[in-house]
Design a protein around this ligand. Structure first.
Ligand code: APR
Ligand code: ZN
Ligand code: ZN
Length: 361
């Protein structure tokens, strides 16, 4: 029997979001219905609402979530009702050219639920990143459910489903930060701070946090930054070079997504160093760099999609490290809110007041 639950939809471009009744079908083959316990508010949800991702309104927002599996469809063996899971948007297919080359973290054909969730009048919903978790329950592909230690708080666990995983993964998976490395992180919101946490976990000797907001720099220091630079008042490239013996950092992580901060990252790394772009640019942005510098400075310029994570490998590992006190994921939760507060959370995000607002159900 299809179920009726409450969920937050974005009805049209730039229209305020609202809570509506959502119809959830029974899980079909390969699908699961998950009872959501917590879901973080991410920039991508705001981008959906603004129509910046695509025009497939109405969206069922929310994608950074944890909950318990309620029911599974035919053929589902990896998860069972009652399992505590983090939802991911990288349910790997196992057969695409990335997967068959042994690089499933790049999977080019990830799975989502085949059936549609709808409004009461039958209007089909587009779930954000194939998840749609600002809702009491949601329908996903079973591969989008990653089982983790159930003793962790859901509002903490859910964060790994998107932004925090993107930042930690930018450091440990894409940037390959290693013991003794110098790292600079440009932009210290939730993603940049997670890159700080990942760099510390990987054994970086120096972690330089760069932002234009002193509040963000204080927070980055709490998260493990060893040095901070306010790039509104200081030249970021000069400051990073000065802090690294005049050379630049081994790895620079760009967590803003703008040409000017990318350029800073490019010149703030040492020769043969690595730039990791995890901030997401918008379509009109252009980058201009002397090609000779691209050649002459060597090293690698990488992008990090979802922290190049493999959910089945990375989520349980990071939850275990959190439970052991070796990383503090709870520090990312600024406030917990209700389903009706998502619009307000978007406003607070815009003001730069929060790392994460998390909807708790
Ligand atoms: N130089 C340095 N820092 C900057 C600059 C700049 N020119 N412009 C903005 N910032 C800082 C902000 O002060 C803020 O602390 O970058 C940070 C961005 O943080 P958030 O807005 O909280 O964004 P976050 O969730 O961390 O995501 C960062 O990654 O996944 C993407 O879409 C996301 O592009 C976004 C980026
Ligand atoms: Zn694949
Ligand atoms: Zn997200």
């Amino acid at each position: 029997m299809p179920q009726h639950v409450q969920g937050v939809i974005a009805p049209g471009r730039n229209e305020p979001v609202r809570v509506e009744t959502i119809v959830i079908p029974d899980p079909g083959p390969g699908e699961a219905v998950v009872k959501i316990q917590a879901c973080g508010v991410c920039h991508t949800d705001l981008h959906y609402k603004q129509g910046a991702i695509n025009d497939e309104f109405p969206f069922l927002l929310g994608h950074e979530a944890a909950g318990t599996v309620e029911s599974v469809g035919e053929g589902v063996t990896d998860v069972a009702p009652g399992d505590f899971v983090i939802l991911n948007w990288r349910a790997v297919c196992g057969t695409c050219r990335a997967c068959t080359r042994g690089r499933p973290w790049y999977c080019f054909a990830t799975h989502n639920a085949k059936q549609k969730m709808t409004l009461l009048d039958g209007t089909e919903l587009s779930p954000a990143l194939g998840i749609g978790a600002f809702a009491e329950k949601t329908l996903v592909a079973a591969g989008q459910c990653t089982k983790v230690d159930p003793s962790v708080a859901p509002e903490v666990a859910g964060l790994l489903g998107c932004g925090v995983m993107a930042g930690i993964g930018a450091a440990i998976n894409t940037g390959n930060v290693g013991r003794g490395d110098t790292v600079a992180v440009i932009g210290c919101g939730g993603v940049g701070d997670a890159a700080v946490v990942g760099s510390r976990l990987a054994g970086a000797a120096k972690i330089i946090a760069v932002d234009i907001d002193d509040r963000k720099l204080d927070k980055a220091r709490e998260m493990g930054a060893t040095h901070t630079v306010n790039s509104r008042t200081a030249d970021a490239v000069e400051a990073i070079r000065e802090l690294t013996g005049g050379f630049g950092a081994d790895v620079v992580i760009e967590a803003v997504g703008r040409p000017e901060t990318y350029e800073q990252a490019f010149y703030a790394r040492d020769l043969a160093g690595t730039v990791v772009l995890v901030g997401v640019p918008s379509p009109e942005m252009k980058l201009e760099l002397p090609l000779l510098d691209v050649f002459g400075r060597g090293g690698s310029l990488k992008s990090s999609w979802y922290g190049d994570c493999l959910p089945s490998r990375d989520f349980p590992m990071l939850i275990d490290l959190h439970q052991q006190g070796r990383i503090d994921l709870a520090a990312f939760v600024t406030e917990t809110i209700g389903l009706g507060d998502v619009e307000k959370a978007f406003a607070r995000m815009h003001e730069g007041d929060v790392l994460r607002s998390v909807v708790v159900l």
